[in-house]
Ligand binder design. Structure first.
Ligand SMILES: *Cc1c(COP(=O)(O)O)cnc(C)c1O
Length: 220
């Protein structure tokens, strides 16, 4: 299967506007193939790799930072990044605010919720997140960031019921934040689902799926 045909398949399978093609570890030439096939949204999980690829590739690509982001790396991507998916602490959001202001930009962000059973995955728990939004976050305090939604990663397991329950809990938190009007109208995205679980994620309300290996092949 060529990258072009996989891109074509997944753009129609999940909806082109919903597909984040996860190109981490893949060379620029492979991203060019996907670009030629019409893909414009790419996800990377390392700030320096993202910066390097941004410099080499067409400027109409929307680059999404999808992985855990260290505060000291925000400065490398702040000038151009289109969406930061995995904001997992108030401290990181404050640094994004600072770097966005320096670049005279507003950076769209998603807050990462910890939904998996694995303790290694990053993110707020629900209570922490609601507390942060009610007590610390305000559009005035963070004029250079815009919270566009939530992101989460399910447990890596074959147990579909568990994966579904985890996505459901993320969707429930999303609805709760929306119905309590804790954020503005820009709060509309739910980033969940990867190669192995995107179908379940879409059934549970995902608006953005992050698909890597199913498009580009496995990573070494
Ligand atoms: C690597 C990665 C993906 C894509 O995973 P695949 O299983 O290859 O589709 C999605 N989200 C995040 C945060 C990732 O780091």
């Amino acid at each position: 299967m060529s990258v072009a045909s996989q891109i074509e398949f997944y753009r129609s399978e999940v909806g082109a506007e919903r597909l984040v093609a996860v190109s981490k570890t893949k060379p620029v030439s492979v991203i060019e193939e996907a670009y030629e096939a019409g893909q414009r949204i790419f996800g990377e999980n390392r700030a320096l790799e993202l910066e390097e690829k941004h410099a080499k590739l067409p400027k109409d690509i929307e680059w999404h930072m999808i992985g855990h982001l260290q505060t000291n790396k925000v400065k490398y991507i702040a000038p151009f990044v289109s969406l930061i998916h995995a904001v997992d602490s108030p401290r990181l959001l404050k640094e994004i605010q600072k770097q966005a202001a320096k670049n005279d930009r507003v950076i769209p962000c998603l807050l990462q919720l910890h939904i998996a059973q694995e303790s290694a995955k990053y993110g707020f728990d629900e209570e922490e997140l609601i507390h942060f939004l009610k007590n610390e976050f305000s559009a005035e305090a963070f004029p250079n960031v815009e919270i566009h939604g939530l992101m989460g990663m399910a447990t890596f397991t074959d147990n579909e019921d568990q994966v579904r329950a985890e996505f459901k809990s993320l969707a429930d938190t999303f609805s709760k934040i929306k119905s309590e009007n804790l954020l503005s109208d820009t709060f509309s995205e739910l980033s969940m689902g990867m190669s192995g679980d995107y179908k379940i994620a879409i059934e549970e309300g995902s608006t953005m799926v992050r698909i890597g290996s199913a498009i580009f092949g496995s990573r070494s």
